[in-house]
Design a protein around this ligand. Structure first.
Ligand code: NAD
Length: 421
């Protein structure tokens, strides 16, 4: 596969194949896992503020539900395409399995640019999307959550709309909701927090002091800004961050909270007082100890990887490293904590949110953070031990653990004998 035609769906298939072969599992495991069990495409007519009707295209991919109901975020993005959604749903299956969560994987998306929509248009689109997929989602079936360019407000509109069809408050439908609608304390920060927990754990296992370590964060959105703040709180020095419009670089270190305030005021981290704007390529190759990619897929490519200086890469984003880049980074001795582990904090607290909704009993933020930290540390050390024992990259170790669990569930359910028909 050439780097030019990188397709996250094909990348994910090769990751699964690799793990199935390394584990010596029967070929049927790969045949079932190499694509989603179900993939839906919907058309969503929306009345725009000027009275015209625009039809948006949306998707929901349900990859595998052997372990439990499917779970995965919703992305609103102008460039999102079906194979990307398929891949993201597949990664969710393995992310849940790595953490030992009782979920399978799913992902949804709508092709749109939320920055060009008014709030009322965004609300009508969000309600329209959930209306179109209302038959295939639900607290016991498939549970969406926020992802790129979606947020708790969008989740609130969707749960409100869905509750109308069910005739009760179905708060367990969706996670990442506002607290007042059954959201969990700590959910907004969970992806960034989980990433920092495993990065700190990696530093500990490698004998690296996190205090004073230089950190670069690509993509200063939800996951990236929280990761930047929390790693700064641990004493690390965040020297550069960026977003789709530009970067803020300062070798002396940035205050992530002040950078976020600047972004909230101006729409970008670019232009933060005392910082320099640098290109995305330069940012990824800065001299630093820790790199946190928290934007989109295929950012660390074979062209970029040779110049990467970081010792630890914590993949807060889904799929930020291409397979060729992965190999280059492994040979350089760079420790890449894979997305299915490093970005699993969000789905872990989503799991806590769903459990709290089903119980109708709510935990404090401290309780949530303690449970999250325990689960992330346990999963990281499990994977790190396998990486050391088998001398395989962390990504391969994580896939081996995850694929083994899903295969075991499929086996005991009889799916490998053709009983899923
Ligand atoms: P977000 O929309 O809050 O932030 C994304 C950020 O990336 C924005 O600041 C955007 O400007 C920036 N960005 C986009 N393209 C960029 C580019 N080419 N270069 C630099 N920056 C760029 O989204 P998020 O929820 O923080 O998600 C970020 C990543 O983390 C995605 O890969 C997502 O799938 C993954 N993730 C998110 C969650 C979650 O709970 N939010 C959970 C797991 C994984």
């Amino acid at each position: 596969m050439s780097e030019k035609t990188l397709n996250p769906f094909e990348i994910c298939q090769s990751q699964i194949k690799d793990a199935v072969e390394a584990l010596g599992l029967e070929p049927a495991v790969y045949e079932i896992l190499k694509q989603p069990l179900r993939f839906f495409q919907v058309s969503i007519p929306v009345v725009m503020d000027d009275g015209s009707v625009r039809v948006f295209t949306g998707f929901r991919s349900q990859h595998n539900d052997a372990i439990g109901p499917t779970k995965g975020g919703l992305r609103f993005h102008p460039d999102v395409y079906p194979d990307e959604v398929r891949a993201l749903s597949m990664w969710m299956t393995f992310k849940c399995a790595v953490l030992g969560l009782p979920f399978g994987g799913a992902k949804g998306a709508v092709i749109c640019n939320p920055k060009e929509l008014s709030e009322r248009e965004l609300e009508r689109l969000s309600r329209g999307y959930i209306q179109e997929i209302s038959q295939i989602v639900g607290p016991e079936k498939d549970i969406p959550a926020p992802d790129v360019y979606t947020n708790p407000q969008i989740m609130a509109w969707m749960v409100d709309e869905f509750s109308k069809y069910r005739d009760y408050n179905a708060f367990g439908l969706i996670t990442g909701k506002p607290i007042i609608l059954g959201g969990s304390a700590g959910r907004n920060e969970a992806t960034g927090r989980g990433c920092v927990v495993v990065v700190a754990e990696a530093a500990r296992r490698l004998g690296m002091d996190i205090k004073g370590a230089r950190v670069v964060v690509q993509g200063f959105g939800n996951a990236g800004s929280v990761a930047g703040k929390l790693i700064h709180d641990l004493g690390a020095k965040v020297i550069a961050v960026n977003d789709s419009r530009g970067a803020a670089y300062s070798p002396q270190g940035l205050d992530p909270v002040a950078v976020l305030e600047h972004k909230q005021k101006t729409g970008s981290v670019k232009g933060f007082p005392g910082s320099e704007d640098i290109s995305n390529e330069d940012l990824l190759q800065l001299d630093c100890e820790i790199l946190i990619p928290a934007a989109l897929e295929n950012q660390l490519t074979a062209a970029i990887a040779p110049g990467v200086k970081a010792k630890i890469i914590g993949e807060a984003a889904n799929g930020p490293t291409t397979p060729e880049a992965d190999q280059i980074l492994f040979e350089k001795g760079c420790v890449v904590i894979p997305d299915i582990l490093a970005s699993a904090g969000g789905v872990t607290v989503s799991y806590f949110e769903w459990v709290q909704n089903l119980m109708n009993y709510y935990w404090t933020e401290e309780e949530v953070n303690v449970k999250l930290e325990q689960m992330m540390k346990r999963s990281f050390n499990n994977i790190f031990d396998m990486h050391q024992a088998k001398k395989v990259p962390l990504r391969k170790a994580a896939y081996m653990v995850a694929v083994q669990r899903v295969a075991e569930a499929m086996k005991v359910r009889g799916w490998l004998n053709g009983c899923r028909q």
